[in-house]
Write a protein that binds this ligand. Structure first.
Ligand code: PGA
Length: 257
């Protein structure tokens, strides 16, 4: 089907200058499959974007962790996607939007995330768009309803999905060490693909990369990667450690599927 495996490293609000340099040298030295097999994107805090961009080997790309919903201006503390200004101008091709930490802690609504995704795409950024249910939502049986509503709010504003990677990140698995089982991840990924088939188009359903995030580690990545609808990972905690290289290497699993 030709969906290239995608591994994103979400560093969140972590790292000193020294630590960032260390992570970059580990990444640069890591022996990983070629760019035909896996696409690797790391997302440092804003202040380290220029440093990481200028020191990371060019096979790997860099993402911002957020961007503003429109053009820059009087928006204290925000960063614009706008080509004339910030991210695109800095040569940052990717942005993570809709992460559950922003949805839950900063009250970003489904609609707001949809608008942000549309604006970032319109400025030429590629987007890692995150969706995922809380534990209460899973336990009450509404997982699919929740992720479908989050995805629909993006679909309402976006017509071209070519530059979108969808990250399914169950909130209960993020930073908890409680990873979704490969079967749980596969079930939601496959239902999301069905959602695209029914609501967008068979082409988008077949080509969109749906990656899993939530306590992915060097120890559990291969089993998850073996699932047919898991097209890669968005990795938090483990992306700050050398085991991120092992997670990138799990792309090899797809060759044997
Ligand atoms: P985690 O975070 O790997 O630390 O669980 C994943 C994410 O929030 O993207």
């Amino acid at each position: 089907m030709g969906r290239k495996f995608f591994v994103g490293g979400n560093w969140k609000c972590n790292g000193t200058g020294e630590e960032v340099k260390k992570i970059v040298s580990t990444l640069n030295a890591g022996e990983v499959p070629s760019g035909d097999v896996v696409e690797v994107v790391v997302s440092p805090p804003f202040v380290f974007l220029p440093l990481v961009k200028s020191t990371l080997k060019p096979d790997f790309h860099v993402a911002a962790q957020n961007c503003w919903v429109k053009k820059g201006g009087a928006f204290t503390g925000e960063i614009s996607a706008d080509i004339a200004e910030m991210l695109v101008n800095l040569g940052i091709p990717w942005v993570i939007l809709g992460h559950s930490e922003r949805r839950l802690l900063l009250n970003e609504s489904n609609e707001f995330v949809g608008e942000k995704v549309a604006y970032a795409l319109s400025k030429g950024l590629k987007v890692i768009a995150c969706v995922g249910e809380t534990l209460e939502q899973r336990e009450s049986g509404s997982t699919m309803e929740v992720v479908a509503a989050q995805t629909k709010a993006i679909a309402d504003k976006v017509s071209n999905w070519a530059n979108v990677v969808l990250a399914y990140e169950p909130v209960w698995a993020i930073g908890t060490g409680k990873v979704a089982t490969p079967a749980q991840a596969q079930e939601v990924h496959s239902e999301l693909r069905n959602w695209f088939q029914a609501n967008i188009s068979p082409e988008v359903a077949a080509t969109i990369r749906i990656i899993y995030g939530g306590s992915v580690s060097g120890a559990n990545c291969k089993e998850l990667a073996a699932k047919p609808d898991v097209d890669g990972f968005l990795v938090g905690g483990a992306s700050l450690k050398p085991e991120f290289i092992d997670i990138i290497k799990s792309a090899e699993v797809k060759k044997n599927c």
